[in-house]
Design a protein around this ligand. Structure first.
Ligand SMILES: Cc1ncc(COP(=O)(O)O)c(C=O)c1O
Length: 432
């Protein structure tokens, strides 16, 4: 907060931003971030903001973790880039590590730069290998900003509007979102309805023999931090197996300890055919990946896909260090414990506050859904809470198709004191 008569050093940059930065970017907050460490970001005035956004689920090990910084500094002096036509050690090491971490038999890994690129690559591989065109996706999903990823995204109209025509052969069914379903209170029925809609697709729209893949988020991210019924992936696995369809699980937001396991899929015991990873993978450096079984990837012939920067050595070194930190500091376990405590506390806070419709989450992926007096999604209230938090130097984001959900995505290693501080601010800002 700037006192009267002091100069706000953010201001000059904000003016330059307006002048030169493409305004399409949706900015929240009015600060220019100068540096960050642990659970805090610091603006140009040196003011500290407690960060419950982690760069949208990226800085899972906190900002600028010293071990990640050291690995990056070492690598950058040794090898910064080489083309994908040559081998390099960090690339191979990361693939080996991810093969070790990924569920079941997923042992063959491709590296790219962003979540959307992982989506694109996985869809191309599934089409190439199955020889089938169609994709089944879910209402409320978010898969990224490239054109195919946008076509697969249905979390908000504004991600799609005016970008048509989209690639075809995409068939969308409801995500089992219990709170906004007519079957609230009966998760089995909510899930049955989703599965019936998939069967109906096969009767009315597309032969299952034409479907290459089912693409799904294990916990809905941008669409509202929705935890589906526990046997959702299992039911999808059964349909996929029945028809030779590849099950692609998008762990871009849920991965790397966020939900209390290294990957949310682990809660389900399901082995996807392809698993997508990005965001938290490299502690803040750009990297993404998708893992599959060798028997699938070896049918994708050399040269059919590639990337100039994908698997950059510096990003790979950061990924190896980040994964080590997650394992050494037992951060998935910490996320599970801390997340359960936070949800319990916030549920208690929500009692007798009818405008808080639901508090839900898995690990440290926590959503708070706001209602108006008719029980409808309340975007204004969620935005008001986010704005109040910002004024109190706590950064939080909204999500949900209507923008009616506050999402908490703090660092997995935030301290007890930081947790208490953040929750106290949040509760103060949620009191209406
Ligand atoms: C589930 C999911 N998939 C894909 C993406 C796209 O990732 P990126 O922004 O790195 O392209 C996101 C980003 O928020 C995501 O949450």
């Amino acid at each position: 907060m700037v006192m009267a008569n002091t100069v706000d050093k953010n201001q000059d940059y904000l003016e330059l931003d307006v002048k030169h930065v493409n305004p399409v970017l949706h900015r929240v907050g009015r600060i220019v971030v100068d540096r960050a460490r642990g659970s805090y970001v610091y603006d140009m005035n040196g003011d500290a903001y407690l960060d419950f956004t982690t760069g949208i689920a990226v800085n899972n090990v906190g900002h600028c973790h010293p071990k990640v910084v050291a690995a990056v500094q070492k690598q950058v002096a040794e090898l910064m880039h080489t083309s994908v036509t040559t081998h390099h050690k960090p690339y191979i090491d990361v693939c080996q590590k991810l093969a070790e971490l990924a569920p079941g038999r997923l042992d063959s890994v491709f590296l790219a730069n962003s979540g959307a690129e992982a989506v694109e690559g996985a869809i191309k591989m599934a089409r190439y290998v199955t020889g089938r065109p169609a994709i089944i996706n879910f209402r409320g999903s978010f898969h990224g900003r490239t054109l195919m990823a946008t076509a697969l995204t249905t979390s908000k109209l504004y991600y799609r509007e005016k970008y048509e025509p989209f690639p075809s052969s995409i068939y969308t069914v409801p995500y089992p979102y219990e709170y906004r379903s007519y079957h609230r209170g009966n998760p089995d029925k909510v899930l049955d309805e989703t599965m019936e809609q998939i069967e109906l697709l096969f009767t009315q729209f597309v032969s299952p023999q034409q479907v290459a893949s089912i693409l799904v988020e294990p916990v809905l991210g941008e669409g509202g931090y929705v935890v589906p019924p526990s046997n959702f992936l299992k039911r999808l696995r059964e349909v996929a197996d029945q028809h030779g369809i590849m099950l692609i699980v998008d762990e871009v937001q849920t991965g790397f300890g966020r939900t209390g396991k290294m990957f949310a899929t682990e809660y389900t015991g399901v082995e996807p055919d392809i698993m997508l990873m990005a965001k938290g993978i490299a502690g803040g450096m750009p990297l993404s990946a998708f893992a599959t079984r060798k028997e699938i990837s070896q049918k994708w012939l050399p040269g059919r896909h590639g990337s100039t920067f994908g698997g950059n050595p510096v990003s790979c070194a950061a990924a190896l260090a980040t994964i080590n930190v997650l394992q050494e500091e037992k951060l998935p376990e910490r996320a599970a414990k801390l997340g359960a405590e936070i949800v319990q506390r916030l549920k208690k806070f929500a009692q007798n506050r009818p405008y808080i419709g639901e508090v839900r989450g898995q690990g440290l992926m926590i959503g708070i859904e706001f209602n108006d007096e008719h029980g409808k999604p309340n975007k204004d209230m969620a935005e008001k809470v986010a704005e109040r938090c910002f004024e109190n130097k706590l950064l939080i984001l909204t999500c949900g198709s209507h923008g009616q959900v506050i999402r908490l995505i703090p660092p997995l290693n935030m301290s007890e004191e930081e947790t208490e501080k953040g929750l106290s601010i949040l509760e103060k800002c949620m009191a209406f």
